[in-house]
Design a protein around this ligand. Structure first.
Ligand SMILES: [Zn+2]
Length: 186
C-alpha cells in the first residue's frame, strides 16, 4: 500500500494541490504554455537522445519514445540516437537535482511546448528512484509536454499515474488533442 501511495504522489502536478513540476506550475500559473503552430507540411525528423539513463530503464524509455514515433509518423519521424544534433534530450537525474519542484516527481520538463520555443528547451528529466516503475509512461508523458500537451483528467497526460494505469502508447484522446493543436491528422 505504501508503494502505491508513493507512486501516486510521484506524478502530482501543477494541476493538483501539490505541484509535481515547478516549470509546469510556472507555465500554467502564468498562462504561458507555448502554443503549437499548425503544421501544413511534414517536418524533419526529431532526434531524441538519452543521457545517463540507467541500462535497466533504457529499453522502457526508448519504447515510450518509439510509441510516440508510431503515433507521430504522419507528421514527422522520431529517431532515438546517441550522439550529437539531438532535438530532444532526456536526462536521468538524481531527485535532489532541484530540476522538478518536488522530490516525489517522476519527471519534469522546463517548458510545455518546448519544441516551439525560439530557444528550444527540449530536454526533460527523469528522477532516479522515482520513475523506474513507470519509465515508459513517464517518458511518454514528459515528451507529450514538449509537444505542447497539458494535463487532462485521463490518459497519458493525466497528472497522476501509477504502474497499473500507465499507458503503453499515446491514447486516442491524447492524439486527438495533439491533432487539433497541430492541424495534422494523427
Ligand atoms: Zn506532467
Amino acid at each position: 500500500m505504501r508503494t502505491l501511495i508513493v507512486l501516486l504522489v510521484s506524478l502530482l502536478t501543477a494541476c493538483g494541490a501539490a505541484p509535481e513540476l515547478a516549470p509546469e506550475k510556472f507555465g500554467e500559473a502564468q498562462g504561458d504554455a507555448l502554443e503549437v503552430a499548425p503544421q501544413s507540411e511534414r517536418l524533419p525528423a526529431l532526434t531524441v537522445c538519452l543521457y545517463d539513463v540507467a541500462p535497466a530503464s533504457r529499453a522502457e524509455v526508448v519504447a515510450g519514445i518509439e510509441a510516440w514515433g508510431v503515433a507521430l509518423a504522419p507528421w514527422r519521424d522520431v529517431v532515438v540516437a546517441d550522439g550529437e544534433d539531438c532535438n530532444v534530450m532526456i536526462y536521468e537525474v538524481g531527485k535532489h537535482a532541484n530540476l522538478c519542484s518536488s522530490d516525489d516527481a517522476a519527471g519534469c520538463t522546463r517548458q510545455i511546448g518546448g519544441l516551439e520555443a525560439s530557444d528550444p528547451r527540449t530536454e526533460f528529466f527523469l528522477y532516479r528512484d522515482n520513475y523506474e516503475t513507470i519509465a515508459r509512461g513517464a517518458a511518454m508523458h514528459e515528451f507529450g509536454h514538449l509537444l505542447g500537451l497539458t494535463h487532462v483528467a485521463d490518459g497519458l497526460m493525466k497528472a497522476h499515474m501509477s504502474h497499473d494505469d500507465a499507458p503503453l502508447a499515446p491514447d486516442a484522446a491524447t492524439l486527438a488533442h495533439l491533432s487539433a493543436k497541430l492541424g495534422v491528422a494523427l
